[in-house]
Write a protein that binds this ligand. Structure first.
Ligand SMILES: [Mg+2]
Length: 226
């Protein structure tokens, strides 16, 4: 029997931080209004996560607060490589062995997730995330038609990819948008990954909890053996 597909989140799951917040901190580092802007970005993040603001609007307003270019993205990629979940980098052989069953579905951006994850053995075509728009070296926004830029985007992508519950798919993540895959019946099981963010509401509705990469590996190996 083929191994069940695994759908992994990126921010606060494969990576220890929220990558857009990390970009904001970097870009605003030299800005005299940085404190106010960081506070505004955090406010917009929370409004988006709690559902008080549509995700697409939260994302658009956060990006509009930031002016950045490709060199910022290059620095972000370097920084994120040092902030991956502990154990992941050492597990490159396991990732390579299982790469056809591993999919990343993230509300972050392919512009940095692909270069951060592909050297570890993840397949670029298995990484699904938002896409930045560029005018030469300057970021001018994001693809607003991409499903992952709006609420309900993760279930939409999983459905498009045909990775759903009929294949016994398992979602892994820290947030409500990951849990949503289970609530809407798009996956068979949901593992709450709590190494970096512990959200009560998410853990309570999860089928299993993994508090670090080693325990997640054990869960996945068991599911695949069953
Ligand atoms: Mg996350």
């Amino acid at each position: 029997m083929p191994k069940k597909p695994i759908i992994l989140d990126f921010d606060s799951t494969l990576c220890a931080v929220e990558s857009l917040d990390a970009l904001a901190n970097m870009v605003l580092g030299d800005d005299p209004d940085s404190e106010a802007k960081v506070a505004e970005i955090e406010r917009l993040t929370n409004l988006g996560m709690s559902g008080e603001l549509p995700l697409s609007e939260s994302l658009a307003r956060r990006l509009a607060t930031l002016t950045f270019n490709r060199s910022h993205i290059a620095r972000l990629i370097e920084a994120l490589r040092d902030q991956l979940t502990p154990g992941l980098v050492e597990d490159r052989q396991w990732i390579l062995n299982n790469t056809e069953h591993l999919h990343v579905v993230s509300g972050g951006f392919v512009d940095w997730i692909v270069p951060v994850l592909t050297p570890l053995g993840f397949r670029a075509e298995h990484i699904h995330a938002n896409v930045l728009c560029w005018d030469a070296d300057v970021c001018v926004g994001f693809d607003q038609d991409h499903p992952l830029s709006r609420n309900g985007g993760k279930p939409e992508i999983v459905q498009q990819l045909g990775l759903g519950p009929e294949k016994g798919a398992i979602a892994v993540g820290d947030g409500i948008s990951d849990l949503e895959l289970r609530r809407t019946g798009h996956v068979d099981r949901f593992v709450a990954y709590t190494a970096h963010a512990f959200r009560d509401a998410v853990v309570q509705e999860s089928d299993m909890e993994a508090s670090d990469w080693t325990s997640l590996r054990e869960i996945l190996d068991q599911v695949w053996m069953a």
